[in-house]
Design a protein around this ligand. Structure first.
Ligand SMILES: Nc1ncnc2c1ncn2[C@@H]1O[C@H](COP(=O)(O)OP(=O)(O)OP(=O)(O)O)[C@@H](O)[C@H]1O
Ligand SMILES: [Mg+2]
Length: 260
């Protein structure tokens, strides 16, 4: 029976969708099944990052009794399983409360269900939190994002959900940024991962792939894999390899696919 974890941030653009897709891809490579659910119904992006333009089967088909929940689970070549929602403005009027209720039945179908919540801490984020057992908060190492992360932690606790911890995403050692100890003090929760700002993340999404699948030796990929392993109580001892990473990327660009 799988656990449901919502990924929230408060501040938009912190990296919730990036974390969800990369953790799911990394877990599939570790032999776990993980379904990412689009919880950002007003501005869904997870499917777009993976190249579903647009996705033909969505949770809205289930809400309209056209398809079953099983039939709208998309399987991407990176190993990510995804349940997304419609991009149509007309479908925004759908009963998303019902959709978030249905997510709970995914528990029988995967080891982990990750709800990629919308930005902010309004109704959409609340629905995501309430549909989950655990909450993971994503922030960036800058004060405005960290303060929003604290509000996210407090909201999750007010809704009686356990906070697994905070992921500090887009860490850049060459910039003056808040240290982890400082962030932990502010957010009142442990930092469970620090993910570097890495242009391989951008470059991979340009190819409709999570970085862990497309550039497995990139720094951010190794950090995402370590986070994924941690979530299932495992650990991996792997180091990034910038040379192998660049080499395989350039080989790909000239039409030769080689995964290190
Ligand atoms: N570790 C990283 N290194 C470099 N770029 C990153 C990293 N993480 C995320 N990004 C980039 O930051 C942008 C925002 O990421 P993402 O869409 O995952 O954030 P989000 O929190 O889901 O945003 P929203 O609040 O709009 O849902 C994207 O362009 C993504 O490629
Ligand atoms: Mg997002």
């Amino acid at each position: 029976m799988g656990e449901i974890v919502s990924i929230i941030s408060g501040k938009g653009g912190a990296g919730k969708t990036t974390v969800a897709l990369n953790v799911a891809s990394a877990l599939s490579k570790l032999g776990y099944s993980c379904i990412v659910v689009e919880g950002n119904v007003t501005s869904p992006t997870a499917a777009l990052y993976l190249g579903y333009l647009p996705a033909e089967k969505t949770i809205n088909n289930v809400l309209k009794d056209e398809l079953s929940l099983d039939e709208v689970i998309l399987t991407h070549e990176s190993g990510v399983k995804l349940v997304t929602c419609s991009l149509s403005l007309a479908d925004l009027a759908s009963d998303y409360k019902k959709a978030f209720e249905m997510i709970k039945s995914l528990k029988d179908k995967a080891d982990l269900i990750l709800i990629d919540a919308g930005a902010g801490l309004d109704e959409e984020a609340r629905l995501a939190i309430l549909a989950s057992n655990y909450v993971m908060v994503v922030t960036n190492p800058e004060l405005p994002a960290v303060v929003d992360a604290l509000r996210a932690v407090r909201l999750a606790r007010a809704l009686k959900r356990k906070v697994l911890g905070v992921v500090v995403n887009k860490h850049n050692a060459s910039l003056p940024q808040l240290p982890v100890e400082e962030i932990e003090k502010i957010v009142e929760a442990p930092v469970i991962a620090t993910i570097s700002e890495d242009k391989a993340v951008h470059e991979s999404f340009a190819y409709n792939q999570p970085v862990v699948h497309f550039r497995p030796k990139a720094r951010a990929s190794v950090e995402f894999k370590q986070l994924a392993a941690k979530l299932v109580g495992e650990s991996i001892d792997e180091k990034p390899n910038a040379l192998l990473d660049r080499l395989s990327f350039w080989l790909h660009k000239i039409g030769l696919r080689y995964l290190p």
